[in-house]
Design a protein around this ligand. Sequence first.
Ligand SMILES: CC(C)(COP(=O)(O)OP(=O)(O)OC[C@H]1O[C@@H](n2cnc3c(N)ncnc32)[C@H](O)[C@@H]1OP(=O)(O)O)[C@@H](O)C(=O)NCCC(=O)NCCS
Length: 152
Amino acid sequence: MMVPELGVDELRLREAGPPDVPHLVLLRNGAREWFFDPNEVTSEGTLAWLDRSKAAGELNWVVEAKGEVIGTISAIPSDRGVEVGRMIVAPAHQGRGVMKRALRMVVEALADHFPGPIFLEVRPDNGKARNLYENVGFTVTRLRMEWHDPAV
Ligand SMILES: CC(C)(COP(=O)(O)OP(=O)(O)OC[C@H]1O[C@@H](n2cnc3c(N)ncnc32)[C@H](O)[C@@H]1OP(=O)(O)O)[C@@H](O)C(=O)NCCC(=O)NCCS
C-alpha cells in the first residue's frame, strides 16, 4: 500500500520524508517515556530508520495543521495484521482532538487495504492514550508484562 494523503478539517496527513527528520526527532524525544524503546533518537538514526521502515513496507505519516508538522502516526503491516503506532502530538497541540481525527482516518484507510486485525500497544498507565484508543473503538485483548519501568 502506498502512503495515502489524508485530510479532515485543517488537518493533513502526508507521508513522512527526510525533510521531516528534525520534527520526528523532537516529537519522539519529547515522548520517549511512553514508548517501549525509551532511548533518545538522533537525526542520523532517524534518517536511517525512515529508510529501513519504508523499505519494509511500513507507512509513516506526519500530521500537519496549517502547514506545520504537529504530530506523527505510523502503520506497520505484519503477518499478525496491521499495527498502528508511533502516535505523537506536540504538547502545545494536545487535547484538541488531533490524534482522534488522525487515528480515525488512518484506521479507515487501513481497513480498505488490509483484511486482518488493526491493533496497537499502549502502556497500561498511559491514561490519555488509552482513553483516546477506547474512544476510537479499540478494546483491550492482551496484557504484556515486559514494559520497561520508567523509574529505573
Ligand atoms: C496520546 C496522544 C497522541 C493523544 O493525542 P491528542 O491529539 O492530544 O488526543 P485528542 O485530543 O485527539 O484526544 C482524544 C481523546 O483522548 C483522551 N484525552 C486527551 N487528552 C486527555 C487528557 N489530558 N486526559 C485524559 N484523556 C485525554 C480523551 O478521551 C479524548 O477524547 P475526548 O476529546 O472525546 O474527551 C498525545 O497525548 C501524545 O502525543 N502523548 C505522548 C505520546 C504518547 O503517549 N503516544 C501514544 C503511545 S501508545
